[in-house]
Design a protein around this ligand. Structure first.
Ligand code: ADP
Ligand code: ASP
Ligand code: MG
Length: 407
């Protein structure tokens, strides 16, 4: 008998028929002698619909009220699945995050899980019930409803698997595993049999939204056996592993991209100690996260400074930077919110030279101008104009022969 945590995403519970299909799958797993906790997302499109409704009330609703609102989508699906399971003669009980007691901090809309009370879950499992838990939500110490950030149901599932020391955590979605890149952008993308935690963490943080970043962090930290599979077709999906078990690891495992990027530049800044702090301090104080940073030295004892932020923070960052420009007596501020970031990821990069030059040559041959570059041990990211995103991803996919990795 194994203890399994299954998570089904929005499309997998997108209609009454699909919820019934999930119920069939869950019942089958239970009939084979397993204990099951099932974590669900809201029906696909529901969270977006709720956010759009909120915006009709107020342009910037408080985050606390947003969480009260957007956590409702998951309450609907868990109740429906429990009913569908009852209809199959299967004992099941649904819980919201607060009912389980998934305790989080109070950072509304991006809360972090602190502790999961497993007593209730264990009691129900021991009584032979399937436990259905609303993903994406928790409760803070004061009893406020919180949510875990977009895609947060993945994290609920992995955190429950960690708390219960489950044998496996399966993330069922609309693709049959983790691919070399988003198959919606490159149809030649290939499913990976396995990918290391390290690579998956990079892919997720560089924009591959197939798993929420925190779910991968959790799985790595608590040693959760994590697999991404399709809700619709049979198969082994992709296992997230510690070590690369392939005989010879691929140079590049995947390509990630992020469309939500914007960049800002301040030129003619006096080149003095403390300048980076003076420029980025006010941005940080406004709670705006900065990603890539480049500082150039000009000939005339001034410097140019460029950094990227999330597109949603672009206008605010621009206004702050213009104020800083005036305060510092710098030359001018420019910005661009039509840029994207494309990254290649692979642990194989560590031991191989020439990966970066292959990447740059490939982009040059396509006439794609690189606006910024950032590297780490296992990734190289470039910023390019958004109109080149698809072309860049496909050209790199071909150049690194990712369509040829044996799946
Ligand atoms: P769910 O609603 O099940 O959580 P998501 O939409 O959050 O599903 O995640 C699945 C989607 O992630 C896929 O449909 C795919 O377009 C996208 N995706 C992005 N990068 C990848 C990748 N490397 N491999 C697989 N899917 C990816
Ligand atoms: N429903 C939430 C979202 O759309 C959480 C999730 O699906 O994981 O982001
Ligand atoms: Mg998701």
């Amino acid at each position: 008998m194994a203890l399994l945590v299954y998570k089904f995403g929005g499309t997998s519970v997108g209609s009454a028929e699909r919820i019934k299909a999930v119920a069939d799958k869950v019942k089958k797993a239970q009939d084979s002698g397993n204990q099951l906790v099932v974590v669900l997302s809201a029906m696909s499109g529901e969270t977006n619909r709720l956010i759009a409704l909120a915006k009709q009330m107020q342009s910037q609703p408080t985050e606390r009220e947003m969480d009260v609102l957007i956590s409702t989508g998951e309450q609907v699906t868990v109740a429906l699945l429990a009913m569908a399971l009852h209809d199959l003669g299967c004992e099941a009980i649904s819980y919201t995050g607060a009912q389980v007691k998934i305790l989080t901090d109070s950072s509304f809309t991006k809360a972090r899980i602190r502790k999961i009370d497993d007593a209730k879950l264990r009691k129900d499992l021991d009584a032979g019930k399937v436990v259905v838990v609303a993903g994406f939500q928790g409760v803070d110490e004061l009893g406020n409803i919180t949510t875990l950030g977009r895609g947060g149901s993945d994290t609920t599932a992995v955190a429950i698997a960690a708390a219960l020391k489950a044998d496996e955590c399966h993330i069922y979605t609309d693709v049959d595993g983790v691919y070399t890149t988003d198959p919606r952008v490159e149809p030649k993308a290939r499913r990976l049999d396995h990918i290391t935690f390290e690579e998956m963490l990079e892919m997720a943080s560089l924009g591959s939204k197939v798993l929420q970043i925190r779910s991968v962090e959790f799985a790595g930290k608590y040693n959760v056996a994590l697999r991404v599979l399709s809700s619709f077709k049979e198969g082994n999906g992709t296992l997230i592993t510690y070590e690369d078990t392939q005989m010879e690891s691929a140079l590049i495992s995947g390509i990630a991209f992020n469309r939500d990027e914007a960049k800002l530049t301040i030129t003619g800044v006096p080149d003095l100690p403390g300048i980076a702090y003076k420029i980025l301090g006010p941005i940080a104080e406004a709670n705006i996260e900065v990603d890539m940073i480049v500082q150039n030295i000009a000939d005339d004892a001034t410097t140019d400074f460029t950094f990227t932020v999330d597109r949603k923070d672009y206008q605010r960052a621009l206004a702050i930077l213009e104020q800083t420009c005036a305060d510092l007596g710098a030359r001018k501020v420019t910005g661009d919110n039509t840029i994207v970031k494309v990254s290649i990821v692979g642990v194989g990069m560590r031991s191989h030279a020439g990966i970066a030059s292959t990447m740059f040559k490939t982009l040059a041959e396509e006439g794609i101008n690189i606006r910024m570059i950032a590297t780490s041990e296992i990734k190289i990211s470039v910023v390019v104009d958004e109109k080149y995103l698809e072309l860049a991803v496909r050209a790199l996919h071909a150049a690194f022969e990712l369509d040829k990795i044996s799946a």
